[in-house]
Design a protein around this ligand. Structure first.
Ligand code: ATP
Ligand code: MG
Length: 419
């Protein structure tokens, strides 16, 4: 066998320069979650297949086409998680975190969907998700939007190219009435529906509104709007949210055909969409799912959340973040065996008295020229040079690598002052 084994299509390695900006991005996002008092939950990457079938909905892209599902050696049907809401909720019900309580959770990690790989769409991708439980009003919807907005600011995202689209999907009664009208409208144009839409016409017609097919989208423009079927309570919820958003100065676009790719949403749904990523422009999507906890065997608990596509957000801000990633402060150039022991001691002294500095010691020998080259390649701010002379005089030589400053020689006791 001569071929090298490659990674799976749509599943990617992150190179060191990418993980640096990725980690910075994640830490900034997590800091905002801390400011809002949210707590992290970690759930397994593998769950029972049934969990996703029951929560996401059997007639959805994810469950029908995209899930990595498999039978394990014990004959159990399992799946790699395609999203985070179902698992968070499963854990909440299982451990009694939700009943009679309010919770604000977040999670971050890999998710898996067997989609057609393209820019911004991968088979293993990462989401930072937020799920809240026990709060029914539009105030928590507002908080979620404010939280996401604070995140864009924290990571230096240019919000000019970002739009917040919002809609309400109403409640069960309105959905049922609208569904009848929608089926009847779409049936009248049966020949214009693609295969997917025809199949979903009677099982999940609302999903057709989410179609990416331009011809179907054209048809949808004149379809009956769910908005016209809302009851007073759902309408008031939505109007109150819009009023509060206006009050805090967040601009929104009401998009009456916005639905989500998963079945469990009701009332408020929203997406943050950028014009900079082409077709894969949604960087964050969320909404309410008030009936899901009950449907999954818990006691009825109102809930709302959102998820951010980390790869898409990262691609928007990586250049800004690249200028902020931590750099190497000092590269210790070591000339000769005697110098090695002395250099190790100097490194340890710096690391213990200045724990915020990043110091790397040359290993594997080499001429002064090749060691200085390594210091440059490591993008170190300073070279700390230690040879026989320095050892004998208990000194070090410090040379600036990124500034035109004369090199200095100082006593080893003073070295931290010069860093
Ligand atoms: P889309 O309409 O783009 O397929 P979705 O409705 O399937 O999105 P959600 O399940 O709501 O997406 O996931 C939330 C976010 O996670 C998306 O807005 C997107 O930023 C990101 N995301 C979803 N699927 C992928 C993927 N395959 N690769 C990369 N990011 C993804
Ligand atoms: Mg999708």
């Amino acid at each position: 066998m001569s071929d090298n084994i490659q990674s799976i299509r749509g599943m990617h390695d992150f190179a060191p320069q990418d993980t640096a900006t990725l980690r910075l991005l994640e830490s900034k996002l997590i800091a905002v979650l801390g400011q809002y008092g949210y707590h992290e939950v970690r759930t397994p990457i593998v769950e029972k297949l049934e969990l996703f079938k029951r929560s996401i909905g059997a007639v959805t892209d994810i469950v029908e086409k995209e899930m990595y599902a498999f039978e394990d050696r014990g004959g159990d049907w399992l799946a790699l998680r395609p999203e985070g809401t179902a698992s968070t909720l499963r854990a909440g019900v299982q451990h009694g975190w939700l009943h009679n309580q309010q919770q604000r959770f977040w999670y971050l990690g890999p998710f898996f969907r067997r989609e057609r790989p393209q820019k911004g769409r991968y088979r293993q991708f990462h989401q930072l998700g937020v799920e809240t439980f026990g709060m029914a009003g539009p105030d928590i919807d507002l908080e979620l939007i404010l939280l996401s907005h604070a995140m864009w600011q924290a990571v230096g995202l240019n919000t000019d190219s970002l739009a917040l689209q919002i809609n309400t999907l109403g409640d069960t009664q309105a959905r049922a009435e609208h569904r009848q009208q929608l089926i009847s409208y779409l049936s009248d144009h049966h020949d214009k529906l693609d295969e997917d839409a025809q199949r979903r016409l009677h099982t999940n017609p609302l999903r057709i509104l989410d179609s990416k097919n331009p011809e179907v989208q054209q048809l949808i423009k004149n379809a009956p709007l769910l908005f016209d079927y809302l009851d007073t309570e759902a309408k008031e919820h939505f109007e109150r949210l819009l009023a509060m958003l206006a009050q805090v100065g967040i601009q929104v676009q009401h998009n009456p055909t916005l639905v989500r790719g998963l079945d469990y949403y009701n009332r408020t749904v929203f997406e943050w969409i950028t014009t900079q990523l082409g077709a894969q422009g949604t960087i964050c999507a969320g909404g309410r799912y008030d009936s899901l906890v009950g449907q999954m065997g818990g006691r009825d608990t109102p809930a709302a959340g959102f998820a951010i596509g980390i790869e898409r957000l990262h691609s928007l801000v990586e250049q800004v973040l690249a200028t902020q990633t931590p750099q190497l402060d000092g590269y210790v150039v070591v000339l000769g065996d005697v110098a090695t022991e002395y250099a190790v001691a100097v490194c340890q002294q710096i690391r213990s008295s200045c724990p915020h500095l990043a110091i790397q010691m040359n290993c594997g020998g080499g001429s002064i020229k090749s060691q200085m080259k390594r210091a440059d390649r490591a993008q170190a701010r300073l070279a700390i040079i230690i040879g026989d002379d320095e050892v004998n005089k208990r000194q070090v030589t410090i040379k600036h690598l990124q500034a035109d400053t004369p090199q200095i020689v100082c006593d080893v006791e003073q070295v931290t002052e010069h860093l």
